[in-house]
Design a protein around this ligand. Structure first.
Ligand code: NAD
Length: 476
């Protein structure tokens, strides 16, 4: 592990205390102020588009257009959506009185949680740090962001941008790795929004328990894409090639592996190879110079991927597509494997890189069994024209989100919740769901003066009152 610079614990506490004081002020802030701030931040980010693209490209050579699509655009839509909807999301919701509550008036008020911590991963280093910040600010909170140490250029830029635009008592960035993260987790944040691996997610959940901080955990896992013989194979190959090799396969909701009906396996692999070449280079082997293809984030991850690839081949996997692997540039050519043994590491671990195992099946029952036999995935994709096939997988398996004849796009739909389930995450993010994750929904009941129905239930418990209770139990 790389040694981290010493942490100034007092500095972390100082930021926390400043933000705590600010959070009390924010409680009574007018919603228009929140909207103005978010809109100004949107303009600020647009003005800094080039800096954002350059920092991410320096970290893992992500193509600039890919950064626009998958880093900046999701954040901008999150802001635009929040600004147009905050009035509605934050408005108290009137609640009808039931018969036993006649005479009362109730509502659910939405209030900010307070001081929030956002811990981000490296794979979409800008999007996954700033995206949750938008929900956090829309809900009226303050935030401390801890970006990933594995993308130092982007993390430093995030720190600069936040310092340029926000006062520290509203949003602060603390750079560093595991140790800084651990120190931050000791502070009694009102909400912790963590995106990362299930292993670290468990550590975060334990730390949150010490302060009873509420949490959102956006984790990972093995997300399958299932293709049956009725699917439009050409279309399917196009969508899977995009979803898998975007960000060099380092996407939490990328199809991790493919389950394909045996009769269409060969056609699918042929079409997938054609699509990969169309997207990244027409030659037999995709050039290391390709400007359309990102790199692996670090040598450690390069070595991990190289090892799981070797393991799969040693266990009999057939290489359907491959090319150069260069540890000096962290370049791994897209790899497609078939005939993969289920004990191979590629079928056991989250791959998180440009290696796609394709496994055949002959019955839908086999598919349902194999998915339910593993931890619930973050995403599951069904490629099929048969409603009965779609319905069976939809109803008999569980996942954080599902796509039918599409993959990955569910992430940016502003009206859909995003998140995992159990091993792939807890809680939901994005749009109204993200706003609610950072809010406390506070029920308020107002009683009128004088006689109230509840008087009938007060002691002493006379025969008359006992009869009322009997009626209550039986009818209301
Ligand atoms: P990670 O869990 O290693 O690190 C995430 C963050 O946690 C980093 O900021 C890191 O500094 C911090 N951290 C690391 N060890 C820690 C510890 N012991 N205590 C406290 N904090 C610690 O994840 P990663 O490698 O950055 O990202 C890859 C993982 O994230 C994959 O599993 C992927 O599926 C998942 N992911 C999920 C989503 C989602 O939205 N569900 C999105 C992107 C990535």
């Amino acid at each position: 592990m790389i040694a981290e610079p010493p942490i100034d614990i007092h500095r972390l506490s100082e930021i926390f205390e400043k933000q705590k004081r600010k959070s009390f002020v924010l409680r009574s802030e007018n919603l228009n102020e929140r909207k103005k701030r978010l809109s100004a931040f949107e303009d600020f980010l647009m003005r800094n588009r080039t800096r954002i693209r350059e920092a991410i490209s320096r970290d893992f050579k992500k193509p600039t257009t890919e950064s626009d699509i998958s880093e900046l655009y999701p954040v901008l839509t999150e802001i635009r959506h929040a600004v147009s909807k905050i009035d509605n999301w934050a408005a108290p919701k009137k609640i009808d009185a039931t018969l036993t509550y006649l005479g009362t008036r109730s509502e659910v008020r939405v209030e900010p949680k307070g001081v929030c911590l956002i811990i981000a991963p490296w794979n979409f280093p800008f999007n996954l740090s700033i995206g949750p910040l938008i929900s956090c600010l829309a809900a009226g909170n303050t935030a401390v962001i801890k970006p990933s140490e594995l993308t130092p250029h982007t993390s430093q830029l995030i720190s600069e941008l936040i310092n340029e635009f926000f006062e520290e008592d509203l949003v602060a960035v603390v750079e560093g790795g595991q140790q800084v993260s651990e120190q931050l987790l000791e502070l009694p944040f009102d909400h912790i929004f963590f995106t990362g691996s299930p292993t670290v997610g468990k550590i975060v959940m334990k730390a949150a328990a010490e302060n009873l901080s509420s949490i959102t955990l956006e984790l990972g896992g093995k997300s399958p894409a299932i293709i049956d013989a009725s699917a439009d194979i050409k279309d399917t190959a196009k969508r899977i090639a995009f979803g898998k090799f975007l960000n060099n396969g380092q996407t939490c909701i990328a199809p991790d592996y493919v389950l394909v009906e045996e009769s269409v396996q060969t056609t699918f692999i042929q079409e997938l190879k054609k699509e990969v070449k169309k997207m990244f280079g027409e030659k037999e082997e995709i050039s290391e110079q390709s400007a359309n293809y990102a790199r692996i984030v670090s040598l450690k991850h390069f070595d991990r991927l190289n090892n799981i690839l070797k393991d799969a081949i040693n266990r009999g996997a057939r290489v359907e597509l491959s090319g150069s692997l260069n540890p000096e540039t962290n370049f791994i050519h897209p790899v497609i494997l078939s005939n993969v043994a289920s004990e191979s590491l590629v079928m056991q671990e989250e791959i998180f890189g440009p290696i796609l195992p394709v496994v055949s099946f002959t019955s839908v029952e086999q598919v349902v069994y194999s998915i339910n036999d593993k931890p619930k995935p973050l995403a599951l994709y069904i490629f099929s024209s048969r409603k009965s096939f779609q319905r069976k997988i939809l109803t008999e398996t569980s996942a954080g989100s599902m796509g039918i004849n599409e993959c990955v796009l569910q992430f940016t739909h502003p009206n859909l919740p995003f998140g995992g389930i159990n091993n792939s995450g807890l809680g939901k993010a994005h749009g109204e769901y993200g706003f609610r994750a950072f809010s406390n929904e506070k029920p308020v009941l107002r009683q009128k003066r004088g006689f109230a129905m509840s008087y009938l239930l007060h002691p002493p418990y006379t025969d008359f009152r006992k009869k009322i209770v009997d009626l209550l139990l039986k009818w209301f």
